[in-house]
Design a protein. Structure first.
Length: 827
C-alpha cells in the first residue's frame, strides 16, 4: 500500500519536490500519503487482490514491452456495474494466479481525474471495459477489447485463453504451447524435452480443461502438459482412453498410467500434478524428505503427523505473542489497550489449554479487566504473565517448541503458522461453546494483527480483508468458515512466494486427501467447496479433543520452572534493594560532618595515595578499612540483611546479634562500604545500581573478578577474601547472579528445544544452588554468633582507632573510584 500510496501522492507533491529538500519532501509525502490514504483506498482494487493497480505514472511501464500479456479492466469507482463486477474480477485474479508469467491482470480507475487522460487515450467510453494487451505491446497499442464479456470467472478465463491462442508473435515466453498434441509430437517429445512427466489430458475439442491445466502448471519444472483431442484416435487407442476428460501420465520410456483424481476436473488435475514426486515450482529447491531429518533446522526435528494439530504449537504461539511480540509495546493505551484486552479475554474464554495455562490466562484476563487506568505497561503485564503474584497452578510455559509448525529452515513457518492455528482453534472453540458474539474472536484477531502482529504487510492485507467482509459474519459457524476462506486467500496469494516452505507448499486447504467430501464441482465443471462438509471438517480438525499433546513439557515441570524463576528473581530483587539501601545510608552517613570532612592532613595524604599502588589500598582495605567499616556499620540504623531472604530475622534480633559480632560485622559491612563508596563517589554508578539489579550485581561480580586476578592465591584464598573483604552482600549478589544465569540458561536450553529432562536437570541444579546458598547464609550467622564473645576491650580499642580508620576508608574510597574508572574503560 505504501508503494501505491507514494505513487498516488507524488502527483500532489510534485511542486513541493522542487522547492524543499529531499528530507522534508519525504516527510510531506508521508503526511500526504496518510491524508490521501482514503482516496487511494477509494479504488475497487488493492495490492492484496493480486491485480496490478494502474495509474498515470505506471501505465506505460506496465503495459509496454511486458513479457506477459496483460488484461486490463477500465472502470469507474462510482459505477454500480463496476462495483458489482469487482468481486468477479478479484476471483478471476485468484483463479488464474498461476498464469501470471504468461498473462497478468491489471485495473485502472478512470474516475480518478489524473487517469482520465489514460482512459481516453485507450478510447474508453463505458465502464467496465476489458482489454487484452499482447506481450511486448508497443507504446501506441490500444489493446484488444473483450466485447460483451461474461460476468463470471469461467467465461472470462476462456476468453483469455482464446486471446492467448490467437496471440501473434512475439509469443509470451513463459506461455507453453496450447494447441492439441499429436502422436507424432509425443513420439519425439522426450528427445527434445528433459522433463520427468508428460501429462496428457484427453478431452473433446470444446473443452478448455487441457489448456487451463497447461497454464496452471506453467510455473512448475519437470512436467509438461498437453491436451489430446478425443479425435486423435491412434493415441486414444494406444492408451485405451474411454473417458473424456481424463488425464494420463506418460513417461520417457513410453510407459503410461492414468492419473487418479477425486473428480475429473481442472482443479483436481492441477492439484495432483503439482504434487507429483519430483515436480517443483520453478526456482524452488526440490524438497528432499531426508533434508528435514538432517540437522539444518538448528534444532532436532520433531516428527509429526501433518494431518493433526499440536498443543505445542498453540502454547508456542502464546509464548511468542505474549512475551515477545507484545513486549515491543512498552505501554498499552487507547486502541492498543482495547486490542490487548479483547485478545486476552478471548484467550481466557476459549483457549482449550491445559489447566495451568488456562488458569494463567484467566488470571491475566481478570487482572486486565479490573485495571481501570488508561494505561497498562508491558512490565506490569509481564509480571502477570510470569505469574509473579503466584496464583496457584497457573503458568505459561516459556519458550517455543514448534511441532506441526516446524519449517525446513529456521525462517520458514513457525510463528505465523502458530497464529493461524491458534485463531482457527479459537473460532472453533467459540462455536462449540456457543458464545454469544459471532465476531468476538475475529475482532480480537483483527485487533491483534492490526496492532501487534510484527509482519506489517501481513497486517495490512489482513485488515483489508477484515474491512471488506467481516461485517458479513453473523453466526459463529460463519466465523469459522470466514477465517478458513480468508486463510485460503492468503495461501493463494502466497503460493510460490519466497516465504513459502518448499516442504509445505501453500495449497487451498483442506486438500482432497484430508477431506474429499469438502470438494465438489458445479455443473460447469468449476471447483466448488462443499461448505457444510468444510465446516464439519474444521470443527473436528481444530476441536479440543483432537489436539495432540506430544512434545509438551510436563505441567509440574512448568510450575517448578516458574517457581525457580521467581526464587531467583526474588533474590535478585533483595540484592538490589540492599544495594539501594546501602547507597542511601552511605550518602547519609558520609555527609555527616565528623566522618565525612577530611582534615587538611588527610587531604594531603589523599593526594599522595592517589598515585600509590593498588595493592597497597587493597592491604589497607583488609586492615583498618574493615574496622572503619565496622564503625560505619554501627552508625547505620539499618542492619545488614545478609541472611537468606525468606529467613525470618526480626529487626531487634538482628540488632542484638550485630553489636558484639565484630568479625561478623567485618564480613559484611566492608562490602556495604564498597557499595556505599561507589555510590557516594560516583552518582552515576548509584543511578545504575538503582536502575537494574542485574547490572549492579554484575558490576560487583566484575569487581570480584578483579580481585581474583590480582590475587594469585588458591581458590580457597579467593573465597576467604570474598568473605573477608567483600562480605555476604556481594557474595549473595553474585550467587543470585549465578542463579539468574541458571534461570536464563534453562530458558535458553528450553528454547533450543532440548528435552524436558535436560531442563528439569538444570532446574534441580538451580534449586540445589539456592539450597546451598541458604546454607551458606546460615553458616555465616553461626560464624557471627561464634565471635560474639570476643573481648570487649578489643572492641573499645577498635573504636578508639576509628578516626584512623576513617582516613583509611577515605583512601579506599579514592582507590575504589579509580577502580571504577578503570572498569568504565573496560568493554
Ligand atoms: C493474519 C496473517 C496474515 C499474513 N499475511 C501474510 C502476507 O501478507 N504475506 C506473507 O508473506 N505472509 C503472510 N502471513 C504468513 C503466512 O500466511 C504463513 O503463516 C507463513 O508463510 C507460514 O506458512 P505455513 O506453511 O506454515 O502455513 P500457514 O498458512 O501458516 O498455515 C498453518 C497451518 O494451518 C493449516 N491451514 C492452511 N490453510 C488453512 C485454511 N485455509 N484454514 C484452516 N487451516 C489452514 C495447515 O495445516 C497449515 O499448515 C500471514 C500470517 C497471518 C497470521
Ligand atoms: C521496448 O523494447 C524495444 C526492443 O527491445 C526497445 O527498442 C524499446 O525502446 C522498448 N520500449 C520501451 C518503452 O521500453
Ligand atoms: C540432530 O541433533 C540432535 C541434537 O543435537 C540429535 O539428538 C539428533 O540425533 C540429530 N539428528 C540427526 C539426524 O543427526
Ligand atoms: C495421522 O493421523 C491420522 C488421523 O488420526 C491417521 O489416520 C494417520 O494414520 C496418521 N498418520 C501417521 C503417519 O501417523
Amino acid at each position: 500500500m505504501a508503494r501505491r500510496c507514494s505513487r498516488a501522492t507524488s502527483r500532489f507533491t510534485g511542486d513541493i519536490h522542487i522547492h524543499i529538500g529531499k528530507l522534508v519532501t519525504s516527510a510531506v509525502s508521508l503526511c500526504l500519503c496518510l491524508l490521501f490514504l482514503s482516496s487511494a483506498e477509494a479504488g475497487l482494487y488493492t495490492a492484496s487482490d493480486q491485480i496490478q493497480v494502474l495509474t498515470l505514472e505506471n501505465v506505460d511501464s506496465v503495459l509496454v514491452n511486458s513479457t506477459a500479456a496483460i488484461v486490463v479492466e477500465f472502470y469507474a469507482s462510482w459505477c454500480g456495474h463496476c462495483i458489482a463486477f469487482s468481486p468477479v474480477y478479484k476471483s478471476l485474479a485468484r483463479d488464474i494466479k498461476e498464469w501470471k508469467p504468461a498473462v497478468d491482470l491489471a485495473a485502472i480507475d478512470c474516475a480518478v481525474e489524473e487517469n482520465r487522460k489514460v482512459c481516453t487515450g485507450f478510447g474508453i467510453r463505458g465502464y467496465p471495459t476489458i482489454k487484452f494487451f499482447h506481450a511486448y505491446s508497443k507504446g501506441d497499442s490500444t489493446g484488444l477489447a473483450f466485447g460483451g464479456f461474461p460476468r463470471e470467472v469461467r467465461g472470462l478465463r476462456q476468453r483469455i485463453i482464446d486471446a492467448l491462442e490467437s496471440h501473434e508473435d512475439p509469443w509470451p515466453p513463459a506461455c507453453p504451447p496450447l494447441e492439441p498434441t499429436s502422436q507424432a509430437e509425443i513420439d519425439i517429445f522426450f528427445e527434445t524435452n528433459s522433463v520427468e512427466y508428460l501429462a496428457l489430458i484427453f478431452e473433446d475439442s470444446k473443452s478448455y480443461i487441457g489448456r487451463e491445466v497447461t497454464l496452471d502448471l506453467l510455473q512448475y519444472d519437470n512436467i509438461a502438459v498437453r491436451r489430446v483431442l478425443s479425435t486423435e484416435e491412434a493415441l486414444v487407442a494406444k492408451l485405451g482412453v474411454t473417458e473424456f476428460p481424463s488425464c494420463y501420465l506418460y513417461y520417457p520410456g513410453g510407459n503410461f498410467t492414468r492419473l487418479n483424481v477425486h473428480i475429473e476436473a481442472r482443479t483436481f488435475y492441477s492439484y495432483a500434478l503439482q504434487r507429483l514426486h519430483g515436480v517443483v515450482r520453478s526456482g524452488k529447491p526440490r524438497p528432499v524428505t531426508e533434508d528435514l531429518q538432517r540437522n539444518d533446522t538448528e534444532e532436532a526435528w520433531r516428527p509429526f503427523n501433518r494431518s493433526m494439530v499440536y498443543m505445542a504449537d498453540l502454547e508456542s504461539a502464546l509464548h511468542y505473542s505474549l512475551r515477545v511480540e507484545l513486549s515491543a509495546h512498552p505501554v498499552f493505551k487507547g486502541e492498543t489497550l482495547n486490542a490487548l484486552k479483547s485478545y486476552i479475554s478471548v484467550l481466557a474464554k476459549y483457549f482449550p489449554g491445559r489447566p495451568v495455562v488456562v488458569n494463567l490466562l484467566k488470571s491475566v484476563d481478570s487482572w486486565l479487566q479490573d485495571h481501570t487506568g488508561a494505561e497498562v505497561s508491558y512490565a506490569a503485564l509481564r509480571e502477570q504473565l510470569d505469574n509473579s503474584g503466584q496464583v496457584p497452578d497457573a503458568a505459561l510455559p516459556e519458550g517455543v517448541r514448534w511441532v506441526g509448525c516446524q519449517g525446513s529452515k529456521p525462517y520458514f513457518r513457525r510463528y505465523p503458522c502458530g497464529v493461524w492455528t491458534l485463531f482457527h482453534v479459537l473460532t472453533v472453540q467459540a462455536q462449540s461453546s456457543a458464545g454469544s458474539e459471532p465476531q468476538e474472536v475475529l475482532q480480537a484477531m483483527a485487533g491483534y494483527v492490526r496492532n501487534f502482529f510484527g509482519c506489517r504487510p501481513c497486517a495490512e492485507h489482513f485488515s483489508n480483508m477484515v474491512q471488506e467482509s467481516l461485517a458479513e459474519v453473523h453466526s459463529l459457524s460463519i466465523a469459522v468458515l470466514w477465517l478458513w476462506s480468508r486463510h485460503n486467500r492468503v495461501n493463494n496469494r502466497l503460493a510460490g512466494a519466497p516465504s513459502e516452505d518448499p516442504h509445505f507448499p501453500k495449497i487451498q486447504w483442506p486438500p482432497p486427501e484430508l477431506c474429499s467430501g469438502c470438494h465438489g464441482v458445479k455443473k460447469s465443471g468449476e471447483h466448488s467447496w462443499n461448505q457444510e462438509q468444510v465446516l464439519a471438517f474444521l470443527l473436528s480438525h481444530f476441536s479440543s479433543d483432537s489436539l495432540l499433546t506430544d512434545y509438551l513439557e510436563d505441567e509440574s515441570q512448568v510450575l517448578a520452572q516458574q517457581r525457580a524463576k521467581h526464587e531467583s528473581q526474588k533474590l535478585l530483587l533483595e540484592a538490589q534493594r540492599r544495594v539501594e539501601r546501602k547507597a542511601r545510608e552511605a550518602l547519609g552517613s558520609i555527609t555527616q560532618p565528623p566522618s565525612s570532612q577530611p582534615t587538611a592532613e588527610e587531604e594531603e595524604e589523599e593526594e599522595e595515595e592517589e598515585g600509590a599502588q593498588e595493592e597497597m589500598a587493597e592491604e589497607e582495605e583488609g586492615g583498618e578499612g574493615a574496622a572503619a567499616a565496622d564503625e560505619m556499620g554501627s552508625k547505620t540504623s539499618e542492619p545488614a540483611s545478609w541472611a537468606k531472604p525468606g529467613v525470618e530475622t526480626g529487626r531487634g534480633r538482628r540488632q542484638a546479634q550485630r553489636k558484639p559480632s565484630i568479625v561478623g560485622m567485618r564480613l559484611r559491612d566492608l562490602q556495604e562500604d564498597i557499595v556505599d563508596l561507589d555510590s557516594f563517589v560516583n552518582q552515576h554508578y548509584k543511578a545504575k545500581a538503582l536502575r537494574a539489579a542485574a547490572a549492579s550485581s554484575r558490576v560487583k561480580r566484575r569487581s570480584l573478578q578483579r580481585k581474583e586476578e590480582q590475587d594469585p592465591g588458591p581458590v580457597f584464598g579467593l573465597g576467604m577474601e570474598l568473605d573477608a573483604g567483600l562480605g555476604m552482600v556481594g557474595l549473595q549478589a553474585m550467587e543470585t547472579d549465578l542463579g539468574l544465569d541458571m534461570g536464563q540458561q534453562s530458558e535458553r536450553l528450553q528454547k533450543r528445544g532440548l528435552t524436558g529432562q535436560y531442563v528439569a536437570g538444570s532446574e534441580v541444579e538451580l534449586s540445589q544452588r539456592l539450597y546451598a546458598q541458604s546454607h551458606r547464609g546460615r553458616w555465616v550467622s553461626v560464624l557471627s554468633i561464634g565471635f560474639s564473645a570476643v573481648d570487649i576491650s578489643l572492641c573499645i580499642f577498635l573504636y578508639f582507632l576509628s578516626s584512623m580508620c576513617l582516613l583509611a576508608m577515605y583512601l579506599y574510597f579514592k582507590n575504589c573510584l579509580r577502580l571504577r574508572r578503570a572498569k568504565v574503560a573496560l568493554p
